[in-house]
Write a protein of this length. Structure first.
Length: 290
């Protein structure tokens, strides 16, 4: 049996076909350009596999996830040029006519991590997965189910307190300015320093500022959802960066409630090579088929 995955990012698409054990049989990636051109490339890839049974799609957003909505399956109010109000699921469904599980990019990654821990036989019923990169988003799983019935969470757009050394930075979010994404996503390095984040050494104090904001998000998540783990992935994340986040988290929480050992509580992804979303999509595709 073959199932498919579309990891639809604002920068690139990753399409893959795999089996029920989540082994990737073939994959392809290509830039996210205009919707018509991009979705056609995805359809053309999957048409090579007539035995394909279902697809899991994890997309950048915002997206409409309520099946009762007239625009279910659409990318909605995204700042991505050309993609606002794009019917994503409809195009794939019309072309392939197979079951589809439709969710956000971070939900796909969250589910991939959830299944990875489950396959390790580790008892994990709840987690929050943050991606910190070009944007910031989070997927929340409680008792194996996604949080959000009227829409998906937008935890990248919560508001956080400015770092004392960052008071003059107005943020980069086109909607909110200084929300979490506007203060801590990858592009904020260039906005502050004039160079991309990957060119900024971890000794630069800007990393401590970013860690302060991510730690605030982790505190908010801890106090609202009380998950067993907070997983931080994306281009900005690394074990060295999480050392800074854990330190700030401990200071901010100030032992208000008991949490696990921070080295086990705030962690990098278990699935290697940024494969969380693909693995999650395969699992969700199987779920859609059933």
């Amino acid at each position: 049996m073959l199932v498919g995955s579309i990891e639809a990012g604002g920068t690139k698409f990753v399409c893959a076909v795999g089996d029920e054990e989540y082994n990737v049989k073939e994959s392809i990636s290509f830039p996210t350009v205009k919707p018509g051109e991009t979705l056609k490339k995805a359809v053309d890839f999957f048409k090579k596999f007539p035995e394909l049974k279902s697809i899991g799609i994890a997309s950048f957003g915002p997206i409409e996830i309520r099946p009762s909505a007239v625009n279910y399956g659409y990318v909605t109010s995204t700042p991505k040029p050309g993609w606002k109000d794009t019917d994503f699921v409809g195009v794939i469904k019309d072309a392939l006519d197979i079951p589809i599980f439709w969710t956000t990019d971070v939900n796909g990654s969250a589910y991939g991590e959830y299944m990875a821990y489950k396959n390790k036989k580790e008892e994990l019923n709840s987690l929050v997965y943050y991606t910190v990169g070009t944007g910031i988003g989070a997927g929340v799983i409680i008792d194996g189910k996604f949080i959000g019935s009227q829409g998906h969470p937008e935890l990248g757009h919560v508001f956080v307190k400015h770092h004392p050394a960052d008071l003059d930075f107005k943020g980069t979010c086109p909607y909110h300015g200084d929300c979490l994404e506007g203060l801590a996503s990858g592009p904020t390095f260039k906005a502050r320093l004039g160079v991309p984040g990957q060119e900024v050494p971890l000794t630069d104090p800007t990393w401590d500022i970013i860690a302060y904001y991510i730690a605030q998000a982790a505190v908010q998540t801890t106090l609202t959802f009380r998950p067993q783990k907070i997983i931080i992935g994306g281009g900005v994340s690394s074990e060295e960066f999480l050392v800074k986040v854990r330190k700030q988290f401990k200071e901010l929480l100030n032992d208000y409630i008991d949490v696990a050992n921070l080295n086990d509580y705030i962690v990098t992804p278990l699935v290697p090579k940024n494969g969380s979303a693909t693995q999650g999509d395969f699992a969700l595709a199987i779920k859609a088929m059933k």
